[in-house]
Design a protein. Structure first.
Length: 496
C-alpha cells in the first residue's frame, strides 16, 4: 500500500475497534504530520480516502470527525456475487417490452427509489447551475449557435478536453462531440461502426439500455463472463473474438452498471491491446468514472488508446447536472462519422444546457462538489450494505464497488426478482430486477439497488422491508412465473 493508504488503514482499524467513536474529532492534519513524520498532503490523502469510505466527514473550519455507526469487524459481511456464466454464442435481443413495463411501473415520485438509475437531486448544485444558465445565455454570441451545431459548444469541448488532460490523457477537443446525454453518444457510436446483423460484445450482466440499443439496430449480442469486482474476463473475451466476427465491444470498465466492477489498470491496458490486435473498436461507457471512492480516479481504457479505436462516452448527468442531458464522446478516429450521424439525427445538443455547464466549469468548484458527492455516496453504500447484511435472507451476496451508487444483490435461487419487485411496489418501493440485465433474463434471482438517495424518506426502512419480502419468498420457495403477471405496455419510456 501507498503511505497514505497505510495511514488510512491504521485509522480505520481504530474506528472499527471502537477506539475512535462516532462524533470523535480526528487528529488535526498538522499534529498528525508532526507526530507521524509524514507530509500534510499524505494526511489529507488519508482523510480523503476515509471520507470516501464513509468513515469520517469534514466540518468546515473545524476538522475531521468520525461518522456515525460503521460496520465493525464482527458484523455479518455478505459474500460477493459469483462471476456470471453466460451462454456461448450470439443471440438476438428482445428486452425493451420488459424494460418499459418494469420501469414504467416504478415512476411514482412517492416510491422509495431503490430501482432508480439516478442519484438523489439534492446531491447536485442545481441552484448554482440555474444561475450559470442565466449568465451563460446572456454572454452567448448568437452566431455560435449555428457555428457549433454538431460538435457542440467550443468552450465546453475545450473544458472537457482539459479535464482529460488533468487525468493524464491527451484528448484533442476536435475529437469531442457533445450529445444529448451519454445514451445518445453510445447509440451514435454503435451506429457508426456496425450494420444490422453484426455481433457486439457485452458484459454479463450488462446495462439494459445497451441491450435496447442492440435491439433497435437489429444487432446480435455475445455476453462475456464478468467478475463482480474485477470486471470482464479477458480470456473469455479473447475466445469470443476468435470464435465470432465481432464488430464492436460495448463495455463499462469502471464502476460497471449493474455490478459496480472495475477492471484493474493493467487489465484495461491489456483489453485495449487485445482489441487492437483483432481490429475491434471499443465503445467505452464511463458515466460513473468521476464517482470514485479512492483519492485517484481510475483511468479509463481510453487512457491506453494509441490508435483512436476507443470511443469514450461520458456525461454530466450522474455527477453534476441530471436533467440537463449533456454528454459527449471522444470518438478517436471515428469522430467524423459520429459527427455526421449527429447532424443527421438530432442536429445539435441544446445550447442553454451547454452554456450552463460551460459557465459552471469556468467558475470553478466542480472538484469540490465531486469530493462532497463521493463522500456522501460512499457513506450511503456502507449504510446500505450493513442493512442488507442484517435484514436480507441467509445466502444473499452483495457487490463491493469502489465507486458509483449501485449495489448488485444476488438473492437465494428460490427468490424470483420480478415477484420481489411486484411485492416491493405494493409497499411503495421500486427495485430493478435482474431479468433486465441480460438477453436471456438469466439473473432472475438478482436485483440492482440504488443507494444514492440519502434524503429519501424511509430509505433504511425500505431496505428492511425488501429483505423481509425476499425472506418470505425464500421460505415459500416461490419462483412464480412473474413475467406473466405483467401487462406489456410498449408506450412507456426508458427511465435510465
Amino acid at each position: 500500500m501507498k503511505r497514505y493508504e497505510r495511514h488510512a488503514d491504521a485509522l480505520a482499524q481504530l474506528i472499527h475497534s471502537g477506539a475512535l467513536r462516532a462524533g470523535d474529532r480526528m487528529p488535526s492534519v498538522r499534529e498528525t504530520s508532526r507526530a507521524r513524520g509524514i507530509s500534510p498532503s499524505t494526511v489529507f490523502a488519508a482523510y480523503d480516502l476515509l471520507e470516501a469510505q464513509g468513515l469520517v466527514h469534514a466540518r468546515p473550519r473545524s476538522g475531521y470527525y468520525v461518522s456515525h455507526r460503521q460496520p465493525s469487524a464482527t458484523d455479518r459481511v455478505p459474500a460477493e456475487p459469483q462471476p456470471s456464466a453466460p451462454h456461448d454464442g450470439s443471440r438476438g435481443v428482445e428486452i425493451s417490452d420488459l424494460v418499459f413495463d418494469v420501469l414504467g411501473s416504478a415512476r411514482d415520485p412517492h416510491l422509495v427509489p431503490l430501482g432508480s438509475a439516478f442519484p438523489g437531486p439534492e446531491l447536485f448544485p442545481l441552484a448554482r447551475l440555474a444561475r450559470c444558465l442565466s449568465s451563460g445565455m446572456r454572454r452567448l454570441d448568437p452566431a455560435a449557435i449555428v457555428q457549433h451545431l454538431a460538435p457542440g459548444d467550443e468552450r465546453l469541448r475545450q473544458q472537457i478536453a482539459l479535464r482529460y488532460g488533468l487525468h493524464g490523457m491527451a484528448v484533442d477537443a476536435a475529437e469531442i462531440v457533445t450529445t444529448n446525454g451519454a445514451m445518445e453518444a453510445l447509440n451514435l457510436c454503435l451506429e457508426a461502426i456496425t450494420q444490422p446483423g453484426d455481433i457486439v460484445v457485452l458484459e454479463s450482466p450488462t446495462f439494459y439500455a445497451a441491450l435496447q440499443a442492440l435491439e433497435r439496430l437489429r444487432l446480435r449480442a455475445v455476453e462475456i463472463t464478468t467478475h463482480p469486482r474485477e470486471g470482464i474476463d479477458l480470456g473469455a473475451l479473447e475466445r469470443a473474438l476468435r470464435a465470432h466476427p465481432v464488430k464492436a465491444c460495448w463495455l463499462m470498465p469502471t464502476f460497471q452498471n449493474p455490478l459496480g466492477s472495475t477492471l484493474p489498470e493493467e487489465r484495461k491496458e491489456a483489453l485495449v491491446a487485445l482489441l487492437a490486435r483483432h481490429g475491434v473498436p471499443l465503445i467505452e461507457d464511463d458515466v460513473y468514472g468521476e464517482l470514485h471512492f479512492a483519492p485517484r480516479r481510475p483511468p479509463p481504457a481510453k487512457a491506453f488508446d494509441t490508435g483512436g479505436q476507443v470511443l469514450h462516452c461520458s456525461s454530466f448527468s450522474k455527477c453534476l447536472a441530471p436533467g440537463y442531458r449533456v454528454g459527449w464522446v471522444a470518438a478517436g478516429r471515428f469522430a467524423g462519422a459520429v459527427q455526421r450521424l449527429k447532424l443527421m439525427t438530432t442536429l445539435s445538443t441544446a445550447t442553454p444546457s451547454q452554456q450552463a455547464l460551460s459557465e459552471y466549469l469556468d467558475q470553478g468548484g466542480y472538484d469540490r462538489h465531486l469530493r462532497q458527492l463521493r463522500g456522501t455516496l460512499a457513506r450511503q453504500q456502507a449504510r446500505a450494505r450493513a442493512l442488507i447484511a442484517e435484514h436480507f435472507p441467509p445466502g444473499t451476496r452483495v457487490s463491493r464497488p469502489d465507486g458509483g451508487y449501485f449495489l448488485w444483490v444476488e438473492l437465494p435461487q428460490s427468490v424470483d426478482a420480478l415477484a420481489l419487485h411486484r411485492a416491493a411496489l405494493g409497499r411503495g418501493i421500486s427495485l430493478a430486477p435482474g431479468h433486465l440485465f441480460s438477453t436471456d433474463r438469466r439473473f432472475s434471482h438478482c436485483v440492482r439497488i440504488n443507494c444514492g438517495h440519502p434524503a429519501a424518506a424511509h430509505f433504511d426502512e425500505a431496505l428492511r422491508t425488501v429483505g423481509a419480502l425476499a425472506g418470505a419468498l425464500c421460505r415459500d420457495g416461490s419462483t412464480g412465473a412473474a413475467t406473466d403477471c405483467y401487462q406489456i405496455n410498449s408506450n412507456r419510456g426508458n427511465d435510465d
